[in-house]
Ligand binder design. Structure first.
Ligand SMILES: CC(=O)N[C@H]1[C@@H](OP(=O)(O)OP(=O)(O)OC[C@H]2O[C@@H](n3ccc(=O)[nH]c3=O)[C@H](O)[C@@H]2O)O[C@H](CO)[C@@H](O)[C@@H]1O
Ligand SMILES: C=C(OP(=O)(O)O)C(=O)O
Length: 421
């Protein structure tokens, strides 16, 4: 197992190129199952999650050509070997569950392990399954597997979600492209990754409108075809580096940052006293002398403040000049980073879904442990401003979603390296 060793040593300066978005890439990859022609994805992030999904797709019969380290991935699902995704593969990564809808739409049946909960919450998939049932699928859950069948094909339906779920919106959209008739998703999630998926599906011959607003309409088509698509840049990676610079001080251009998807984060950073300027080709983050101002945060579905940046913002507020309140409204257990930040000297109290952060002047290095993907990077941010040498263990959580993190931060002057535990 790897760990990261970080020495807090002052401002970051330079440029960081933002990679393709994990949360878009994973859904784009499963879209290959909807066609027997090649889907070529460029700006693919080399991550544990995307590599893992490519292995699952290969086990279903997809020809995958994605040489190590390269950012273009060729997927060809001309013929499929099986429509079963076993527990071992879905257990390791929740997004694997997204093969269900495309397999069901194309082959009329699929058996996919339930993904189960994870560190941040129980994360049921009831809304996904209700949508497929509304589209005419018979669904049985047996021995931890979802067995879905739509022998005469899926049919369009009106689906209204009780709250906007990103995964259920994308999954329904994927399956509905090949359904007979019109599907309307009301109270759909509006995250930018949904728009990226819709753009790719439309270029493959689908008929999706309204992605990015709360009602999405999908007119089913007979067949989709191949396409070459560039994965959108990762707004969560960009937001994370923005907070790293805000924490350490300095001046960094986040090249290719998808600024339209970062409005809420930019507003919060500016309130904290950090300059975030949209420039040609990216977002420039600059913080001068003086302490950060405390800012309250409420995580919300897009366009609100993203839950995937909550832990990083908490690390930032740990050294603000005053008290801030952070409310997590999306996942019921997304404060696993709090005891670890406390080991670095942060003063945080939790009551239900609310964390009260009393900023301290200085954090102090310690040995800490990553508990989930975004929690792990919040510890890196805290380590960059702590006095002394911090080690973050269980870095495999971080490797799910951050491409070459040490390299990108080191290039801007951070002292960070990877070592074996
Ligand atoms: C791979 C990916 O894209 N992951 C993102 C996706 O996760 P994911 O798609 O899992 O998140 P959802 O938007 O679906 O989840 C939101 C809330 O709805 C609940 N829920 C969801 C589905 C369902 O059938 N029933 C149900 O109760 C979840 O437990 C959670 O409390 O969106 C989240 C919210 O922006 C992000 O934090 C994740 O990084
Ligand atoms: C929670 C996340 O991912 P996943 O939904 O894949 O667990 C995340 O990207 O922060």
């Amino acid at each position: 197992m790897d760990k990261l060793v970080i020495t807090g040593n002052g401002p970051l300066e330079g440029e960081i190129v933002i990679s393709g978005a994990k949360n878009s890439a994973l859904k784009l990859m499963v879209a290959c199952l909807l066609t027997d022609e090649p889907l070529v994805l460029s700006r693919m992030p080399n991550l544990a999650d995307t590599r893992f999904l490519s292995e699952l797709l290969a086990s279903l019969g997809v020809e995958v050509y994605w040489p190590k380290g390269e950012s273009t991935c060729h997927l060809n699902a001309a013929s499929l070997k099986t429509t079963i995704a076993p527990y071992e593969q879905v257990r390791k990564m929740r997004a694997s569950f997204n093969v269900l809808g495309p397999l069901l739409a194309r082959e009329g049946h699929a058996t996919v392990s339930l993904p189960g909960g994870c560190a941040i919450g129980a994360r049921p998939v009831d809304l996904h399954l209700q949508a497929f049932e509304a589209m005419g699928a018979d669904i049985v859950i047996e021995e931890g597997y979802v067995k879905a069948a739509a022998i005469r094909g899926l049919k369009g339906a009106d689906i209204e979600f009780p709250f906007p779920s990103v995964g259920a919106t994308e999954h329904t959209m994927l399956a509905a492209t090949l359904a007979k008739g019109t599907t309307r998703i009301k109270n759909a999630a509006c995250e930018p990754e949904i728009q990226d998926l819709a753009d790719c599906l439309n270029a493959m011959g689908a008929n999706v409108s309204g992605a990015g607003i709360s009602t999405i309409t999908i007119e089913g088509v007979e067949k989709l075809h191949g396409h070459k698509h560039t994965v959108m840049a990762d707004r969560i990676e960009a937001g994370t580096y923005a907070m790293a610079v805000a924490a350490t001080g300095g001046n960094v251009l986040l090249k290719d940052a998808p600024v339209e998807g970062l409005t809420a984060m930019i507003e919060h950073l500016e309130k904290a006293g950090v300059s975030a300027k949209i420039e040609d080709g990216g977002l420039r983050i600059q913080r001068g002398e003086g302490r950060l101002q405390p800012v309250d945060v409420d995580t919300k579905p897009h366009p609100g403040f993203p839950t995937d940046l909550q832990a990083q913002f908490m690390a930032l507020m740990s050294t603000a000049d005053g008290v801030s309140t952070i409310r997590e409204n999306i996942f019921e257990n997304r404060f696993m980073h709090v005891p670890e930040l406390a080991r670095l000297g942060a003063k945080i109290q939790i009551r239900g879904n609310e964390a009260t952060v009393t900023g301290v002047e200085k954090l102090k290095a310690a040995q800490v442990m990553a508990t989930d993907l975004r929690a792990s990077v919040s510890l890196v941010i805290a380590g960059l401003v702590a006095d002394g040498e911090t080690t973050v263990s269980r870095v495999y959580h971080l490797d799910r979603g951050f491409e070459r993190l040490e390299e990108k931060l080191s290039a801007c002057g951070a002292t960070i390296h990877r070592a074996s535990e």
